[in-house]
Design a protein around this ligand. Structure first.
Ligand code: MTE
Length: 334
């Protein structure tokens, strides 16, 4: 068993661990569980974790069927998981308004079934894929990741989904595919923020990754969280999660994944290029013009319990991802 320092991520646990040890370790663990652990456990240990105060919800049939075979705790963090209520009532999802409470109030009206995702560009297998066809060839994994917003708040979320690399590989990228571009649904009838005359974003919301970032084992496509289907305000039915980057890279309600030759335009960069870079790697040494990035406010917090902690390079995932940026000036490529 590899248990390392606080923010390490350990890969490679092949021992069969007695269930009682596994469960108690999950409670008190000070490291991160190996990717292979859940796969080696007896079936009974694979029942989902029971997060407190989660509003239960039934997903589509394919989601519930897939859930039964989830690799729970495939990657965990020592950090305490953020209460479900905070994770679902303090959101950024400008398609539904700019206040943190707007997504919970208005996103419920978004119709997420059926959902189709276009996969196109530099791929051998382009097409319009029903969400279930895109996701179900892979087994669900649960990954507990830190989420750090550029506004200097953070949470810890147990996501459910599959590695982004699985979807990309299945699309059979051509030799010209250098970047991956993502696009959110554009439908002002369902998304009141897109209908507002005061909106700043040029819809649809767009994001992108370099190919090697997208293929990194930590890059993840989430369809659920807290053991249930993804709530609409968190980006149902499909969102990106890139834990070493600021939260704005984690684009929600994705309808298009395009493999492209050159670096794509991204929404926040288009809006304010001097404030938001393409890379957006969490970096305590490079401040945003309005927010110091040296520390973060870990939710939930209050006036009497500010809960401010130091921000870590690459959000604590430096050992896994820093190599992707070797030789790059991270002040220039922020
Ligand atoms: N995706 C879309 N389509 N629209 C958005 O406004 N906001 C981003 C990101 N993904 C956003 C989005 C920002 S700024 C953050 S910090 C995270 O979503 C917030 O995710 P959460 O609401 O689940 O915490």
């Amino acid at each position: 068993m590899l248990i390392r320092s606080r923010h390490r991520l350990s890969l490679g646990e092949n021992d069969v661990t007695p269930e009682s040890i596994y469960l108690s370790r999950r409670k008190f663990m000070s490291g991160v569980v190996g990717l292979g652990l859940a796969a080696s456990l007896p079936r009974a240990a694979l029942a989902g974790p029971d997060y407190e105060d989660v509003t239960k919800a039934k997903g589509p049939e394919w989601f519930e069927a897939q859930l039964a075979d989830t690799r729970w705790n495939a990657i965990t963090a020592e950090d305490k998981v953020t209460p479900f209520d905070d994770a679902t009532h303090y959101n950024n999802f400008y398609e539904f308004g700019s206040d943190k409470s707007d997504p919970a109030r208005y996103a419920g009206q978004l119709k997420t079934v059926p959902w189709t995702v276009a996969v196109d560009g530099e791929v051998g297998k382009p097409g319009q894929y029903a969400l279930e066809d895109l996701i179900t060839p892979s087994r669900f994994e649960e990954r507990i990741y830190r989420l750090r917003c550029v506004e200097a708040w953070s949470m810890v979320i147990p996501w459910l989904g599959i590695p982004l690399a699985d979807v990309i590989k299945r699309a059979e990228p051509t030799g010209k595919a250098k970047y991956v571009r993502f696009e959110t649904l554009e439908d002002p009838k369902q998304m009141p923020g897109q209908a507002s005359r005061f909106g700043l974003i040029d819809w649809p919301y767009r994001e992108g990754l370099r190919m090697d970032e997208a293929m990194h084992p930590l890059a993840f496509l989430a369809v659920g969280m807290y053991g249930r289907v993804l709530p609409n305000q968190n980006g149902a039915p499909l969102r990106l999660v890139v834990p070493w980057k600021y939260g704005f890279k984690s684009i929600k309600s994705i309808v298009r994944v395009s493999l492209v030759e050159s670096q794509p335009e991204t929404s926040w960069h288009m809006l304010a290029p001097n404030e938001y870079g393409f890379y957006a790697n969490v970096n305590p040494e490079v401040d945003h013009p309005r927010w110091s990035q040296a520390t973060e406010r870990r939710l939930p917090n209050s006036l009497f319990n500010p809960n401010v902690i130091d921000t870590l390079p690459f959000n604590g995932y430096a050992e896994e991802v820093a190599g992707l940026y070797q030789g790059m000036d991270l002040r220039k490529f922020y």
